[in-house]
Design a protein around this ligand. Structure first.
Ligand code: SF4
Length: 356
């Protein structure tokens, strides 16, 4: 089916964005010139993957004070970048961002989309976002918001991601005509603020040309993504302290929590020891919670244990002084127990069997 001309269809978007755009700390004032600091675009795009704008803003501002340019980031230690990223999740993004900064610092910014795609961590979306927003190249960056807007505008039923190559080619003339940075950000902004999953079509600058709106299908396009059931697990999360030191796992190189310090865990079994504490043991329990990841749900039972005898570290565990605890980069789950340690707990009703 032939599609309407993107340049004409998206023309109302340019003045709408110039008037309504949100003031975000990484946004350039002048949308017709290349961005004065492409590094800020790279940092913001890395942070915005999987994370809401409002959450990203304070992280971005702290990050830019700490690592103001590619050179500063390229020399940063692993613990420092993970600490600065602490709480944002998907920590691999921070490591890849540093690798990309190292490549840019050594060889300069690439001159085309293929060069950006060759940087660590830049997939088709991020490379095109940096290309269009930082360098004004007419390359289409399609994130979830953009796919939703375009699918509705053009009445694409089914998964719009299957149409990605055609949509990129369709969008390109509009980028060239109205400004790559302006239109790239405008499409995503429209998806974030107006053409959201429950769209506010009455406030939309594209209402007149929108095919889904004309057909009354805007609530059905795009269809909801199928989700697989998350894996469930439950365990004790253990802060084991002995004479001012805590037992922790140092950062591993792989997995969801790579680069982060972790507390030991022990599966929550039905055979948990109940009743009196072992001789000399101090123990506190804190309220449990469910830690939710994209594909995983963990039922966490946090404990603070202070045995009389110093237990031998298991596996890669190490003892670290309590004074260092706050400086260690930890994921949300482990940082939450670190915070709980500052408050009161309760006498535990049960303990991991044979722990100590
Ligand atoms: S008219 Fe409605 S469905 Fe169409 S682009 Fe605008 S907000 Fe989205």
């Amino acid at each position: 089916m032939s599609r309407p001309d993107s340049q004409a269809l998206l023309a109302p978007l340019a003045p709408w964005f110039d008037t309504n755009r949100r003031g975000l700390p990484w946004r350039a004032e002048d949308l017709d010139a290349p961005h004065p600091d492409p590094y800020t675009v790279l940092v913001s795009e890395a942070m915005l993957q999987q994370t809401q704008v409002a959450t990203v803003i304070p992280y971005f501002e702290r990050w830019m004070r700490r690592f103001p340019d590619a050179h500063a980031l390229s020399e940063a230690e692993g613990d420092d970048i993970h600490k600065a990223w602490e709480g944002l999740g998907y920590y691999r993004r921070a490591r890849l961002l540093r690798s990309a900064a190292q490549a840019v610092h050594e060889r300069g910014w690439p001159g085309d989309l293929e060069g950006l795609l060759a940087l660590p961590g830049l997939g088709p979306y991020t490379a095109a976002a940096v290309g269009s927003i930082a360098f004004q190249w007419p390359v289409a960056a399609l994130d979830g918001n953009a796919f939703r807007v375009l699918a509705r505008l053009l009445r694409i039923e089914g998964d719009p991601k299957l149409h990605a190559p055609g949509l990129r080619a369709w969008l390109s003339p509009a980028l060239a005509a109205h400004g790559p940075s302006r239109i790239t950000q405008a499409v995503m902004e429209l998806g974030a603020t107006i053409c959201s999953p429950q769209p506010r079509c009455g406030s939309c600058p594209l209402e007149q040309g929108c095919q889904a709106k004309a057909a009354g299908l805007q609530s059905e396009i795009p269809p909801p993504a199928k989700r697989t059931a998350p894996k469930e697990s439950e365990f004790w999360l253990l802060a084991i302290e002995h004479r001012g030191e805590f037992l922790v796992h140092p950062p591993g190189g792989k997995g969801l929590l790579a680069g982060l310090w972790r507390w030991p865990i022990q599966p929550l079994t039905e055979g948990a020891a109940e009743g009196t504490l072992p001789f000399g043991m101090e123990a506190r329990a804190f309220p449990g919670w469910t830690q939710v990841y994209t594909h995983r749900r963990e039922r966490v039972s946090p404990l603070h244990l202070q045995p009389m005898e110093r237990p031998a570290p298991a596996g890669d565990q190490v003892w670290i002084p309590a004074a260092r605890l706050q400086q260690l980069p930890m994921g949300k789950r482990d940082a939450r127990l670190r915070e709980l340690l500052k408050g009161p707990g309760e006498r535990p009703l049960s303990l991991p069997p044979g722990l100590l």
